[in-house]
Unconditional design. Structure first.
Length: 100
């Protein structure tokens, strides 16, 4: 049997760091990085369980999570650029500027 619990503890720690960073920070770029940390922690959990159960399903699900994360970054950075064109600093409170 593969040693899975250390990887699960690492994934839980990474997910916790991402969650705390998302809740505490107001900078939009830092918030996106925290969301990416959370998604990578989920990917590590999927790969760990896939390896422990000898099933390829978890590893194929990681591919879809990475695709969703890439799409999220593209849309999110587009929104951040739209906000930064109106103001010099982009915070999470500035989304009301996008109303038009």
């Amino acid at each position: 049997m593969v040693a899975g619990p250390p990887y699960l503890v690492l994934a839980a720690a990474i997910f916790t760091i991402g969650t705390v960073g998302l809740l505490v920070r107001r900078n939009v770029l830092v918030m996106f990085m925290c969301v990416e940390l959370m998604l990578n922690a989920v990917n590590l959990t999927f790969v760990t369980f896939s390896r422990m159960l000898n099933d390829i399903g978890g590893q194929s699900l990681v591919l879809f999570v990475l695709l969703v994360a890439a799409a999220e970054v593209v849309v999110g950075l587009g929104i951040i650029v739209a906000i930064c064109r109106r103001r010099t600093a982009a915070t999470a409170d500035d989304f009301h500027l996008l109303r038009g």
